[in-house]
Design a protein around this ligand. Structure first.
Ligand code: PLP
Length: 456
């Protein structure tokens, strides 16, 4: 497995073009989730494998996989070739027609998803996959309410952001989306005063069942949960939790939606994160890693029970670009490259033998590290001011000058991190060679000296 870069060094002309791109960006581009005058976006001149080049031509190892989507790294030649080939043949076709790229992508996805999730509704990304999964659940059950976890992210559109359980919801929440939030397990910051992962799991399930009963089971259409919550902190569910959620949703006739937009397609060292627990949801949402984001694509994998609802009755929903040929051709090539180059197995081994052990060593050496946790190529480093009190290095929902310093130290060392509140996530492309992962962890290790200065 190698993504060793063959890219030529950045030229003076490319740097000049990057400066112009930056100026135009600041003049005309409106950025997501940002106060427009307070940001200074990093220009990316080019990218290859696990590397990106910033506006000054500096090469950075990408431990963010952008927004945790470039699971096969940048510019994978087989995927680039497949997009080119499809573009030369058929760029676009309306969703009501059958098309070879779409049919083959659906077949491959159905062959990888667990259980009977054998039908695929394609969307343009993750948020609309979540919206459609909930719409299907509501029509299937004839119920309206949706349960979801605090400390979760499900997308930026109206319903998806209301289902979301992080501060991005709050500014967009008018209380009209029928969503009810509950506490999922998080042993490090337990809401349940648990003293072990097993106790956390048991108490979180008790809390969930009580919530269902108090909200009225007969009103609840769906429960949506990230199999491993991503942006909210990579809290790997403790033993028995997801099995318990499956049991409760069955008991109360609630559609269980596993959101695998970030955790799916190999990120955790299995094709889908839920496979770590031998649980089959009723619906599974995906996006990002399905084609590494080379062309926007998402979707809902649908099990038999929900599918049967729409055999004779029309599904009232659709998108002009559902199953777009360029996106689907990219998905076919991505999945084939991932399987052919054993990237999922490599991700699992990286987690077990490289990232996990090295991060635990790093945690032992730095007083600013409260906890490290994760699976595969999906890890969180939780930074704290004090290990006893667990006071975070940035308050929940924001950043801090201390976190900014740590991020700057990573970048100065040649690492592009994924940072959220008081956490640094380690989420490199799944095909990053061991040596590059070790190099990135070395840079992170050095950057954490900066965090230690703010911890006691
Ligand atoms: N669900 C999860 C778990 C995600 O992590 C994300 C994005 O990060 C989404 C949904 C939304 O996906 P998109 O940004 O493609 O709409």
């Amino acid at each position: 497995m190698t993504t060793e870069t063959t890219a030529s060094p950045v030229t003076a002309e490319e740097i000049e073009a990057g400066r112009r791109a930056y100026e135009l960006d600041r003049a005309h581009v409106f950025h997501s989730w940002s106060a427009q005058d307070k940001i200074s976006p990093m220009t990316v001149l080019k990218a290859e494998g696990s590397w990106v080049w910033d506006g000054e031509g500096n090469r950075l190892l990408d431990f963010s996989s952008q927004l945790v989507n470039t699971n096969i790294g940048h510019q994978h030649p087989k995927v680039v070739a497949a997009i080119r080939e499809q573009a030369g043949r058929l760029c676009t076709i309306a969703p009501q027609h059958a098309n070879d790229a779409r049919s083959e992508a659906a077949r491959l996805i159905a062959s990888l998803t667990p259980g009977d999730l054998d039908h695929v509704f394609f969307t343009n990304g993750g948020a609309d996959a979540v919206e459609h999964a909930i719409r299907m659940a509501r029509l299937h059950t004839g119920r309206y309410k949706v349960l979801s976890a605090y400390r979760s992210y499900h997308g930026g559109t109206h319903l998806a952001v209301n289902v979301t359980g992080d501060p991005r919801r709050v500014a967009n929440d008018y209380g009209d989306a029928g969503t009810v939030h509950f506490h999922a397990p998080f042993p490090y910051r337990s809401q349940f005063h648990s003293s072990s992962p097993e106790e956390e799991s048991r108490r979180a399930l008790e809390h969930l069942e009580t919530t269902i009963q108090l909200e009225g089971a007969a009103n609840i259409a769906a429960l949506i949960l990230e199999s491993v919550p991503g942006t909210a902190g990579i809290m790997v569910p403790p033993p028995g939790y997801l099995e318990g959620v499956r049991e409760l949703t069955r008991k109360y006739g609630i559609v269980f939606i596993a959101d695998e937009v970030m955790a799916g397609f190999g990120r955790t060292g299995k094709w889908f994160a839920i496979e770590h627990w031998d649980v089959v949801p009723d619906l599974l949402t995906f996006a990002k890693g399905v084609n590494s984001g080379y062309v926007p694509l998402g979707g809902v994998a649908i099990g038999n029970a929900v599918f049967d609802t729409f055999r004779e009755r029309a599904y009232p929903g659709g998108l002009t670009y559902s199953g777009h040929p360029l996106a689907c051709a990219a998905a076919v090539a991505t999945i084939s490259a991932m399987a052919g180059e054993q990237m999922v197995e490599h991700a699992a081994r990286l987690g077990e033998e490289v990232i996990g052990p090295r991060l635990r060593e790093i945690a032992a050496r730095h007083r600013s590290v409260g906890e490290v946790r994760g699976l595969g190529c999906f890890w969180a480093v939780e930074l704290v001011k004090n290990r006893e009190t667990r006071e975070p290095l940035a308050a929940y929902g924001g950043s801090s000058p201390e976190m900014d310093e740590v991020i700057a130290a990573c970048k100065a060392g040649g690492l592009l991190p994924f940072a959220n509140f008081n956490r640094i996530h380690v989420a490199p492309p799944l095909n990053t060679p061991d040596a590059e992962v070790l190099r990135g962890l070395e840079i992170l290790d050095a950057a954490l000296d900066v965090a230690d200065k703010h911890a006691n």
